[in-house]
Design a protein around this ligand. Sequence first.
Ligand code: NAD
Length: 320
Amino acid sequence: MKILVLGAGGFIGSHVVNYLKAKGNYVVGVDLKKPLFAETMADQFYLGDLGDQLFFGESCHGAWDEIYQLAADMGGAGYIFTGENDTAVMTNSALINLNFARSISREQIEVGKFFYSSSACIYPEYHQVNPDDPDCREESAYPAMPDSEYGWEKLFSERLYLALARNFSTKVRIARFHNIYGPNGVWRGGKEKAPAAICRKVMETPNGGTVEIWGDGSQTRSFLYIDDCVDGIMRLMASSLTDPVNIGSEEMISIRKLTELVIEISGKSLNISYVDGPTGVRGRNSFNEKIESATGWKPAHNLKSGISKTYEWICESVKN
Ligand code: NAD
């Protein structure tokens, strides 16, 4: 198959490219940057801004068996929840999705099946106030009240792609990812997410030292290992699920417990201190009933095995 991957230089995009190449496909990648930690396996790679209409046309127009849209301006809590990047996050990501929609409606792109990466950040804040009992079932998305502009843009773009499916018969599959982590994910520089940031802090702290965590540590999340995410994407693409579905882990854990787990994996003896910082909603967990009953998908890795691999990879990356 001839496949286009937008965001092919990013964390999930680069893993998707590798998977598709290993299956023998012809893969074209597009991104602002090449993958940070390994050579891309894409057959062709366009470097540029997908928000730019001209570049979008040059790199994306044509006929494709499948397109995976994983490009977005995003990061962890330090990027999304401070408010400082709100305009960039909304504008950059929306422009990419609008360029895609316009190209479809002008028949400049022909695509067999299209994948869009949405986020658990679309879920309303009012369903995520109890850290022990958040509600992230797909149907709980409305009335909408995401707690970040990132979430609002994702919700808008979900609706844009659902409109394309209605108006132009585009076959669209939409996943709402819940905190994907693993090797080749960014772990420093300000865009890293909680698992990578905590692994880095633990790695950098000498035995007997103290690791700083944002918030009181009782906020909860679930984390999905990258290989399970790619497997979920592929099963969703092969399915007949046309509404957005969660792809995440149901193994919810507090940030304090996650930090203790990373410390245990490191073999060090460290203290934890809790400091002010952006934390997002109080609780969030994936709810996988829809994708599991339709495709049989569920995560193969538990948190401990995935975090162990990630910690090891970050330690190795530091040496290189
Ligand atoms: P990432 O930041 O590693 O990858 C996104 C890629 O998009 C980056 O390489 C970036 O350079 C590229 N990009 C951004 N703006 C661009 C532009 N204007 N033109 C060209 N390329 C551009 O993020 P990721 O973790 O790989 O996430 C992939 C997708 O999954 C994103 O849509 C993200 O919002 C979504 N998602 C990720 C998570 C997660 O936990 N990683 C959770 C929920 C949703």
